[in-house]
Ligand binder design. Structure first.
Ligand code: MF3
Ligand code: CO
Length: 249
């Protein structure tokens, strides 16, 4: 069942989203050669406390950190630790909060210093793929119109979308119905309604869409170890059009 949110609930989700966005961008600003991924986790955790929110991922199905930090061929769910970032790497940061009973969830991919042209293009294509998906998050369209727009844009640019992990409804739970795939035929699935809130999150790989999970049980990597990028926004579907809740205030 897809839970529709009232205006009162959306007000709280706007705040949750704004806090998520602010923290994510502050952490992104800290990304530079020489920093440990653990330092990014500590920063995210401190900022959550500072803004009166709870880091949503910590303890979720046993996830051990406050933020996911996925480097280069890591797609999602990279665990922060002693690893030191180096110039030329590409870092996906995925972060969410629980605020006043509601979740915000967002992800961005940023370069560490100067990166290859291919890495830059991957970041831009993935960011734009998310925009293409959000453009379809319109009352009266169907869920898979979002999925199809993302896949079409990514593949037209020669990259591949991950199949095994998808976006999701979000609200009182971090993961609610419906699943939001980043691939598929258009005009399928539930019709989009005012008050739906979706986390749309394309994960895009340079070559194959296939992924595997490392022995730590969390880190998802591309099967061929090619680069991967990830962008995510929490979006409300409203009569006036999609509203991105995880933008900086
Ligand atoms: N942002 C992720 C998602 O959209 C959640 C991270 S999984 C966790 O599903 F276990 F780290 F929380
Ligand atoms: Co998500």
């Amino acid at each position: 069942m897809i839970v529709l949110k009232s205006e009162r609930e959306l007000e709280i989700m706007r705040k949750a989203g704004a806090i998520t966005a602010k923290i994510l961008h502050e952490v992104a600003e800290a990304v530079r050669p020489g920093i440990r991924t653990l330092d990014l986790d500590i920063l995210a955790s401190e900022l959550a406390t500072k803004y009166g929110a709870k880091a949503a991922f910590k303890g979720y199905h046993g996830y051990p950190a406050s933020i996911c930090v996925s480097v280069d061929e890591e797609v999602v769910h990279g665990i922060p630790g002693e690893r030191v970032l180096r110039e030329g790497q590409l870092v996906s940061l995925d972060f969410g909060v629980l605020y006043n009973g509601y979740y915000g969830d967002s992800a961005i991919t940023v370069p560490v210093g100067e990166v290859s042209d291919e890495a830059k293009r991957l970041i831009e294509v993935t960011r734009t793929a998310l925009e293409k998906g959000i453009e379809q998050a319109v009352v009266g369209r169907r869920l898979s119109d979002i999925s199809h727009a993302i896949q079409t844009y990514v593949e037209a640019n020669g990259f591949a979308v991950v199949r095994d992990y998808v976006g999701h409804g979000i609200g009182r739970q971090m993961h609610e119905a419906p699943p939001v795939p980043n691939f598929g035929l258009p005009d399928r699935g539930p019709r989009l309604k005012e008050g739906m809130t979706l986390a749309i999150e394309p994960m895009v790989n340079v070559s194959t869409w296939e992924v595997e999970v490392l022995a730590d049980g969390w880190t998802v990597v591309t099967k061929d170890r090619s680069l991967s990028a990830h962008f995510e926004h929490t979006v409300a579907i409203l009569d006036g059009g999609p509203e991105i809740l995880t933008l900086m205030e």
